[in-house]
Design a protein around this ligand. Sequence first.
Ligand SMILES: [Zn+2]
Length: 203
Amino acid sequence: MENKRILFIGAHTDDIEYCAGGTMFKLKENNEIHCIAFSKCSDSVPERFSKDVLKHEFESAMLFLNPKSFKLYDFQVRKFPEHRQAILEILYKVNKELNPDVIFCVNDNHQDHKVIGEECERAFRRKTLINFAIPKNGQKHNMAVSLRDSDVLNKLKLTSYYKSQEYIRGNNEDQDRIIMQYNGYISGNENAELFHIKYLNYE
Ligand SMILES: [Zn+2]
């Protein structure tokens, strides 16, 4: 992929980093990268952290990634189904103003991820739309992005900004490394991230 405007969309801060961090670094070299997250998840932050901690962690991660643009909205976590129309209108506006060539987004059984996945299908009709595929969630993949050593190291650094999420994901750089190796193993690469192409625009 070269000279494309590529948009990565997560429901929550850290979705795009964990699902596609290495891919973002790889694609950034020859493409224009933009990032959006729709919730800073104030309601699921552990008590010892400030309610805004995920906003700060997202901003730090984005400063390290250095995309062309990034934006964080503040929808309430787990309540996306109640805000479907507002989310769709934001996506329509993004499509009109940014006009991305390729969109990567979440789309799985989590209620917020599902809303983003479904509304992206509406908003980015006829554009190449690619979903994150997480084998742990039973998601099938039909595309693997092979990661270079530098992409692996950059992804580990990117996800390390999310200290407040270690209680969920574990403070485990090894785990992230093993997942990239496992995804590589099942796709015939050394290290990889997996995706599901929903719609391919051949134009
Ligand atoms: Zn999420």
